[in-house]
Design a protein around this ligand. Structure first.
Ligand SMILES: [Zn+2]
Length: 430
């Protein structure tokens, strides 16, 4: 193996030298990556030219401590050290009643601590589970997860204690959100731990929002009943001698026990019937919101049969946007109203004026039917500007030849601006 590496290094060296690049053998190290991290007898050294490259089990490269077992122990230790230094600085800047504004502290934290987490996290982010155990000695680990499906509605939770091989799973009320279910799973882990009289419990959850909700000391009418119950469970557990800590891990991070909890949560969803667990009004809100939206869409589609034909053709029936089309367009009201009139067809074209009984004939002065497509694309009065509009739209990669409604219902602001420019230059009133 060493000979092969030496050969390859030789090739690499000559390739680099021919490009005026030089490898520094003094700064180079060779590592064998193994599961155990150690090899009984190191193979003969790899040679770069006449200089041997020493074998090693760890090396710092580009700020990352690489170990031969790829567990990242040293690197994580280094980051924790750096971050606790940053935290101390933040602590020095404030007290309970004095000190910097929270947003300033947040800024300091983001500048001093977060980059240490971020740097290289793609590489070390899947570090060994042992590290969790090292940080929380003598803790019993409980992995929690929840699963929600909306077609049809079913919600489940899963809790897994790897050291005791205890698996808990079950179904939850169908209308619960993933947040409720994640909280419930954490509560379940804690109550199981206190029943078994565990002294130290570490709950590992992939739901940051659930953990944040438990961490915050908010106590008012807006706090939902499920997180109140879980907090109560935590309080009871703590006061009966079971110290509970929580830690977040990203979901699907290839931690086996996490996958087990995920599987249990999925299994839970398939239990026969959903139990009735009383929750507060908050647990019902997502369901109520979904139902209202669903019935609104149904009504809208029904009403489209008799009116708003063009409008209904151009809205996406399967994915109604949650915010109106103009919410992200920073333009004067005049602009928005003009676009809205074009979209709805309720504008001062001869055809529309005729429809509402203001004008005798639906025809344009040029003799053709005076509707919106005519005015933009085929009226002889605006031939030159129509040509210009075409040209400019084609610059924007707009599909040509064009149905003018494609442009009117476009989500691109530039397209709408061109239409409005056309209207302005032709002296049209909408
Ligand atoms: Zn015309």
């Amino acid at each position: 193996m060493s000979d092969q590496l030496t050969d390859n290094l030789h090739n690499l060296n000559s390739w680099m030298n021919s490009r005026n690049l030089f490898l520094s053998p003094e700064k180079s190290r060779a590592i064998i990556f193994t599961k155990s991290g150690s090899i009984r007898s190191p193979p003969p050294p790899v040679m770069s030219g006449s200089t041997p490259i020493p074998w090693t089990t760890e090396h710092k490269y580009l700020g990352l401590h690489i170990e031969s077992n790829l567990r990242w122990r040293k690197h994580v230790e280094m980051i924790t050290g750096k971050i606790s230094m940053a935290n101390n600085i933040v602590k020095a800047l404030c007290g309970k009643t004095w000190g910097a504004h929270p947003s300033v502290l947040m800024g300091v934290y983001k500048v001093l601590a977060v980059p240490h987490f971020d740097y290289g996290c793609l590489v070390y982010g899947r570090c060994s589970r042992e590290l969790i155990e090292r940080r929380f000695p003598e803790h019993t680990l409980a992995f929690t997860d929840a699963s929600v499906s909306r077609a049809p509605d079913s919600v489940g939770y899963g809790v897994f204690f790897p050291s005791m091989a205890v698996e808990l799973s079950g179904r939850l009320p169908d209308h619960w959100s993933i947040f409720d279910a994640e909280l419930f799973a954490i509560g379940k882990a804690v109550s199981e731990a206190s029943e078994r009289k565990l002294r130290r419990l570490l709950v590992v959850s992939d739901s940051l929002s659930a953990l944040e909700a438990l961490k915050s000391n908010k106590f008012d009418s807006s706090v939902d009943i499920i997180s109140m119950r879980v907090r109560n469970t935590l309080y009871v557990a703590n006061s009966t001698g079971c110290a509970v800590s929580c830690i977040w891990v990203p979901s699907h991070s290839y931690i086996h026990a996490n996958d087990v909890a995920d599987r249990l949560a999925n299994q839970g969803r398939y239990a026969d019937t959903a139990p009735h667990i009383p929750g507060g009004p908050q647990t019902l809100w997502p369901r109520i919101k979904r139902d209202i939206r669903g019935s609104w869409i149904e009504d809208f589609l029904k009403s489209c049969i008799s009116r708003g034909r063009i409008y209904s053709l151009y809205v996406n029936h399967h994915n109604f946007p949650l915010s109106p089309w103009f919410s992200k367009i920073d333009k004067p009201r005049r602009f928005l109203i003009a676009v809205l009139r074009l979209k709805s067809g309720h504008c001062l074209t001869p055809a529309h004026l005729h429809r509402i009984g203001v004008r005798d004939s639906p025809n344009c002065d040029c003799g053709a039917l005076g509707d919106i497509p005519h005015i933009f694309l085929s009226c002889e009065k605006h031939v030159v500007r129509t040509k210009l509009l075409y040209d400019k739209l084609s610059v924007l990669d707009f599909p040509l030849p064009l149905n003018i409604y494609d442009a009117i219902f476009s989500t691109k602001l530039e397209v709408l601006e061109l239409l409005m420019q056309f209207v302005r230059e032709c002296g049209l009133t909408l």
